[in-house]
Structures are given as C-alpha cells and as structure tokens.
Design a binder for this molecule. Sequence first.
Ligand SMILES: *[C@@H]1O[C@H](CO)[C@@H](O)[C@H](O)[C@H]1NC(C)=O
Ligand SMILES: *[C@@H]1O[C@H](CO)[C@@H](O)[C@H](O)[C@H]1NC(C)=O
Length: 398
Amino acid sequence: MDCFIGTKYILVILCILCVILIDSSNAASSTSYNVVKFGAKPDGKSDSTEAFVNAWKSACSSLVPSTIYVPKGRYLLNAINFRGPCKRKVTFLNGGTLVAPEDYKVVGNSGFWILFNRVDNLVVSGGKLDAKGVGFWNCRRSGKNCPVGARTMTFNWVNNLVVSGITSINSQLSHLVINTCNNVMVRNVKLIAPDKSPNTDGIHVENSNGVTINGCTMQTGDDCISIGDATYNLFMSNIKCGPGHGVSIGSLGQKVDEKGVENVTLTNAIFSGSDNGVRIKSWARPSNGFVRNVLFQNIIMNNVENPIIIDQNYCPNNQGCPGQTSGIKISEVTYKNIQGSSATAEAVTFDCSPSNPCQGIKLEDINLNFKNKAATSSCNNIGGTSNGTLVPESCLLN
Ligand SMILES: *[C@@H]1O[C@H](CO)[C@@H](O)[C@H](O)[C@H]1NC(C)=O
Ligand SMILES: *[C@@H]1O[C@H](CO)[C@@H](O)[C@H](O)[C@H]1NC(C)=O
C-alpha cells in the first residue's frame, strides 16, 4: 500500500512536470478531448460511436495540436470512420479497451471497424482493441453466406503516422492495415488471434513508402506481416511471429499491371511454429510487377514448416492460372544469418517462374536443421551466389 501511494505521488509530480515542460516548450499549447465528456460510456455495453466521432471532429478541427483521450474502461464501437484532413497534429491516446459488437454482421458488412482516412500527422497510441471475430470465423468455416468482414484498424492516405503500444485481439480479418501511407512507424504492437482463424493477418502494408515496423509480436491465423504491391522502403526489425503464416511479400501478380515492391528489410526476427518464415509469393499469371532489393537477416527459426520459400506458382483452386507462369521478376534477394529448425525436411524452397527466373539471389550463413539433421533445399529457375556456412547445401546456379 505504502509503495502504491508512493508511486502514485511520484507519478503525479512527474505528470505536473511533464505538463509544465510541454506547456513551456509549446508556444501554442495543445488541447485534449476526453471521449467521456462527449458522452462515451466505459461500460462495454452502450454504443459510444457517436461520442467518439464528436470528440474526433473537435480534435480534428482544433487550431492547436490536440489529443483525443480515452480513459480506462470498455467502449462499444460500431464501424467508425475518423476522417481528415485535420488542421493540426492529432494524437489518439487510448487508455481503455475498444470492443466491437457481439453480432459480427454489424461491422462485418462495412469492410472496416476502425478507419483513419486522409489524416496527416497522426499518432495512435496505447490500449486494447477487441474485434470479437469468433462469430465471423465460425460463419466462414460453416461455408454460409457471410459478410465481407472488417479489418480491425485501417489507415488510408495517412502521411506521418506513428502507431504504438496497441494490443489487438480476435480481428475478423487483418488486425492492422497500412494502405497508401507515407512515413509510418509501427512500434511495440501485439496482434493476437488463434492459429487457424481464417485470414487474420497481423499487419498488411500496401501501396506505401517508408514504413518501419519495430518490436512487434504477432500470433495469428494468417501472415504475421503481408506486403502488397507498390510497397517501397519497408524496414522491419525485432519481430516475433508465430503461430501464423510468416512474413510474406505477396501474393503479387494477380493483376497484369502492378507497380512492384522494392527495398524491403527484415532484420532480427524469431519465427516459432509458423507455417512459413520468410516468403515471397506470386500468382502463376502474367504481370509486369517485380520484387527487388530485399534483405532477410539475423533470423531464428523454431520448428517452422517452410523457413525460406519463394513460391511463384500460386494458383488457388486451380482457377484462372493453370498452364500460365508468373510475370513477377524477383531479383537481388539476400538471406543472411538464418538459423534454427525446420518442421519439414525441405527448409529452403525456391520455386521461381519458368518465364522469369529469380536473379541475383544470395545465401550467406544459413544453418537449418530438420530433426537434428541437415535439412534439404530445392531450386527451380533461380540464379545466385552463396558463401559462409550453408546447411542445407545451396542449390543456386551461379
Ligand atoms: C531503394 O533504395 C535505393 C538505395 O537506397 C534508392 O536509391 C531507391 O530510390 C529506393 N527505391 C525506391 C522506390 O524508393
Ligand atoms: C560473404 O561474401 C561477402 C561479400 O560478398 C563478405 O562480405 C562476407 O564476409 C562473406 N561471408 C563469409 C562468411 O565468408
């Protein structure tokens, strides 16, 4: 008790100091909008959507930087669209839990649950998101006619974005989507859904430039991070993935006209019990897209089914692609210092396009075992070089 009170006083003093510091360093000081003052109810039962929208409108039109503050408690939110552009920087500071309605159809018909749209200079920080996806997954598994489903938190056309300290559980579809954004930092987020929950990707990045993802944990039913077309300069570090389908560039090349993926780095990652480790995947269809300048390094694999894989013959249900080859050109991909255990005998699978072989692939210091013995590798239509320790032996052609 003493300790608790002591800590409390210290926190109060720190807060006062903080406020003084911020006030004195900011000639135009910032304002704060508490959603409860706008009528939000922290009971998890009353619909707080309108209160959040009204708090957003005030913050977004503020002439000084503003904060939307969500205090402790559970807030029931319907599909909600935080629309920009805003006048100044907006911070969405969540100290509570946002919950979706029990009935999955309510947000499932809109495609999104929490959407930030055309907002520049945005910070979204803290709190928990519970999309209550179980009913939606059950619907999909039963093969019934289901709504399209909702992504938990989507950012469309956002420049200068920081997302930090968020925990998201049981998304209907992807947890976090970065779409058509520039200069983004995602840090210290935890994304959780059960293994085998359908299409619950962790983070999906698409059509975006300059995205950094650091210190994130994904335990989910689909890709931990999936990377779509027109993604440039993506830097991922300190990532924990599994269960899940790994970090995947693609699927690319479903369409003929694509803009390509360039400059992707994943460094310092641990994959545990995931279906894949690092994957590049494209449809076996004509396309003018490409993947180039990719670095996967300092990675530990724990019992991963396909630790290293390029699959350019993706053709689900054999529809729209049989007999065709992928137009996606894959080049300058480096795999460096990747170690650990594979859950299948073949730890390295390179299945590139017969019409567009992978080029400039590099392997350096790879050590992957299956049941404590050297794993195997397979190569189709691929050229590159290797050096350092190589277990399995390289099958690349120089
Ligand atoms: C990829 O990185 C290189 C080297 O830093 C840079 O010159 C190039 O512009 C980047 N590509 C894109 C599409 O930003
Ligand atoms: C592999 O080759 C690169 C240059 O191509 C070199 O920097 C590196 O030290 C080599 N690694 C080993 C383990 O030989």
